[in-house]
Structures are given as structure tokens and as C-alpha cells.
Design a binder for this molecule. Structure first.
Ligand SMILES: Cc1cc2nc3c(=O)[nH]c(=O)nc-3n(C[C@H](O)[C@H](O)[C@H](O)COP(=O)(O)O)c2cc1C
Length: 194
């Protein structure tokens, strides 16, 4: 079977996150890649992780185009400011919503986001690197033309994927206090804090 489990096959490798939380915190956007190819089986596993995201009514509105050939990558690189990233990445996955499978605009877009994040975490678990490209959406019609897809398919993102050139990427987040607006807490339930 082409689908393999990252956990079974990659235990022992230094990059294997030990938990979902470790993958979440270790993941960084990777924009520089070696020229080592990405195995099709890894791309399939990344897509599989994506389709196990939740979706409203379990409608699974996502669709994917996998690109590893140089000619198509070159054409796609001309549709974004981030052409250097598209050219450097040995694999691209275009993530679409199938408008005919959609039932609620907001919820289907939320499902696409959940799907893409699952894919990024799977990429991390496989020891690969990826970046979520959104700027390319400005030219979504051109992308569809290159990929020979009708407007039934609405581009959500292109993931540029490859073997990371290095893992020195830094990122930061604001403190929790910025994001948590309020906490309504039952005073007598949290006995350990007393
Ligand atoms: C909706 C969305 C669109 C993005 N578009 C781009 C993009 O076009 N080019 C790019 O280099 N990074 C893009 N990113 C990656 C962000 O810049 C990156 O996630 C952010 O700076 C935080 O860094 P980190 O992913 O390493 O934590 C995008 C991320 C999201 C969620």
C-alpha cells in the first residue's frame, strides 16, 4: 500500500516529533530546500493527513493537485512574487475547494484551513519542510489554467514542499494574554489551584 505511517516508519529519526504538540511547536515555514526529490508516497501521506481534517457535515470539500515536474513548477512560479520558493521546492500541492461539494462558504473555508494545517503538520512529521503560499491566490485563474482546471475548483493555497536546506528558521508569537479575552472560571472546581 502506498500510504505508510510516519510513526511506524520514522520512529528513531531525529526529526520525528514525539507528539502532536511537538510537531505544532517545531513546525516552521520552510522556504529554502535542497534539490532532493520528494517521494510521491510522502505527498500521498500529506494529502491523507489533510483529508482527515474535520469538515462541516463531513462533506470533505477539498481537492488537490500534486506537482513535481519542472515544467509545471516553472509555469506556476510565474504566477507569484514567491517564484524563488516555488522553483526551489521539489513538490507543490495546490489545495482546492470543489465548489460543487460545498454547502456553507464560511464552514467550507474553515475546513480548508484545517486541512492545510494538518498537511503542514504531516510534512513536519515526515521530516520535510513546507510553506503555505497565499499570495499566489491573486493569480488563481492563471493557476487553474496552468493546471487545466475549471472554475469549479477554487484555489485555497499552494504548499511548497521539499527537504529543508536548514532548520534555522525563527518565528514568534505574542503572549497568551493578547489572545485570551476573558476566562469565566468555576471557582470551586479547580481544587489544585487553591
Ligand atoms: C493564509 C496564509 C498565507 C500565507 N502566504 C504566504 C506566502 O504567500 N508566502 C510566504 O512566504 N509565506 C506565506 N505564509 C506563511 C506565513 O508567512 C508564516 O506562517 C508566518 O510568518 C509565521 O511563520 P511560521 O509559519 O514559521 O510560524 C502564509 C501563511 C498563511 C496562514
Amino acid at each position: 500500500m502506498w500510504v505508510k505511517s510516519a510513526i511506524v516508519n520514522r520512529v528513531g529519526c531525529f526529526f520525528m516529533p514525539q507528539s502532536v504538540l511537538e510537531a505544532i511547536y517545531a513546525r516552521r515555514s520552510i522556504r529554502e530546500f535542497t534539490d532532493q526529490e520528494v517521494a510521491l508516497s510522502d505527498l500521498h501521506e500529506i494529502v491523507l493527513a489533510g483529508i482527515w481534517a474535520p469538515s462541516g457535515l463531513n462533506n470533505q470539500p477539498w481537492r488537490f493537485v500534486l506537482v513535481t515536474d519542472e515544467e509545471t513548477r516553472k509555469k506556476l512560479s510565474e504566477t507569484t512574487h514567491y517564484s524563488h520558493i516555488v522553483l526551489a521546492a521539489r513538490a507543490l500541492i495546490a489545495v482546492y475547494l470543489d465548489t460543487e461539494a460545498m454547502y456553507d462558504k464560511v464552514k467550507d473555508h474553515q475546513a480548508a484551513g484545517a486541512c492545510i494545517e494538518n498537511m503542514l503538520l504531516a510534512t513536519e512529521a515526515l521530516g520535510l519542510g513546507a510553506v503555505w503560499l497565499g499570495q499566489i491566490l491573486k493569480n488563481k485563474d492563471k493557476v487553474n489554467k496552468i493546471l487545466d482546471l475549471s472554475s469549479q475548483y477554487d484555489l485555497m493555497a499552494v504548499l511548497a514542499i521539499g527537504h529543508p536546506l536548514h532548520r534555522k528558521q525563527k518565528s514568534s508569537r505574542k503572549g497568551l494574554d493578547v489572545f485570551i479575552l476573558k476566562t469565566f472560571q468555576q471557582e470551586d472546581t479547580d481544587v489544585f489551584q487553591k
